[in-house]
Design a protein around this ligand. Structure first.
Ligand SMILES: [Zn+2]
Length: 214
C-alpha cells in the first residue's frame, strides 16, 4: 500500500509529493523546494521516516515543479523521469527563473522518459503513467489503481484546471485529456494536484466549472 505525503514549497506554493510503501521505498514527485529550509524539510522527512528514495519523477517541467530536481538527484543519487515532450520545458527552466526573479540551478543529469502505459514500480506497488497534455505539452499523471489516487500535476485542480496560456498549452487538448483519461477513472479516486487541496474525480466531474462531464 502506498502512502502520500504532501509538502507545499516555493513562492508559487507548489505541492511536492513523497509516495512510499511499507518497505520504506519512495518516489519524489515534482520537488519544488526552492529555499535551503525547504530542501532540509524534505530531507528531514525522508530521513526521519527511514525512507529510501528510488525515483525522481516530474509530472511536467514548469519552473515551480522543478526547482528541487537537482538537489534531490544529487542528495539521493537519482535520475530524472519525465515525458520526452517536456525536455524543452525543462531546458527553458533557468530562463523562466530569471524572468520570475527566482533563479536556480537546473538538473543536468541523464533523462529517463515515461509515456502512456508505462508503470513505475515501487516494490510491489504500481503507479500507472497517463499521458495528459494540454497544460504543458508532455504533462503526465501518475495513477495508483489499487490505492485509488492520482497525482495530477497541474492538469486538474479542486474547482479548476491548469492554465493553458503558457508555451505549448492548449485548452482543447487539456479538456480532452481530462475527459478521456481522468474522468474515466473511478469517482472515488483522490486527486492530489500540483497546487491547492486534494479533491476526487467524482467531485470534479460534478462541479468543476471548466471541464464538465455531461
Ligand atoms: Zn505547471
Amino acid at each position: 500500500m502506498l502512502t502520500v505525503q504532501a509538502f507545499t514549497f516555493n513562492p508559487v506554493q507548489e505541492n511536492t509529493y513523497v509516495v512510499y510503501n511499507e518497505k520504506r521505498q519512495c518516489c519524489i514527485i515534482d520537488p519544488g523546494c526552492y529555499f535551503a529550509s525547504e530542501e532540509q524539510e524534505l530531507k528531514d522527512f525522508i530521513e526521519k521516516n527511514g525512507l529510501q528514495p528510488i525515483y525522481l519523477l516530474n509530472t511536467h517541467c514548469h519552473l515551480d515543479h522543478i526547482f528541487g530536481n537537482r538537489f534531490v538527484a544529487k542528495t539521493f543519487g537519482l535520475l530524472l523521469y519525465l515525458n520526452k515532450l517536456e525536455k524543452p520545458v525543462l531546458d527553458y527552466g533557468p530562463a523562466a527563473g530569471q524572468l520570475w526573479q527566482l533563479p536556480f540551478d537546473n538538473y543536468d543529469g541523464e533523462l529517463q522518459f515515461l509515456d502512456e502505459g508505462d508503470v513505475v514500480k515501487i516494490g510491489e506497488d504500481k503507479l500507472q503513467v497517463l499521458f495528459t497534455p494540454g497544460h504543458s505539452p508532455g504533462s503526465i499523471s501518475f495513477y495508483c489503481k489499487e490505492d485509488k489516487f492520482l497525482i495530477s500535476g497541474d492538469v486538474l485542480f479542486q474547482g479548476s484546471v491548469g492554465r493553458t496560456d503558457l508555451p505549448g498549452g492548449d485548452f482543447a487538448i487539456l479538456e480532452e485529456s481530462i475527459k478521456t483519461k481522468l474522468y474515466t477513472l473511478p469517482a472515488d479516486t483522490i486527486v492530489y494536484s500540483g497546487h491547492g487541496d486534494s479533491t476526487t474525480i467524482g467531485d470534479e466531474m460534478k462541479t468543476n466549472p471548466f471541464v464538465k462531464m455531461i
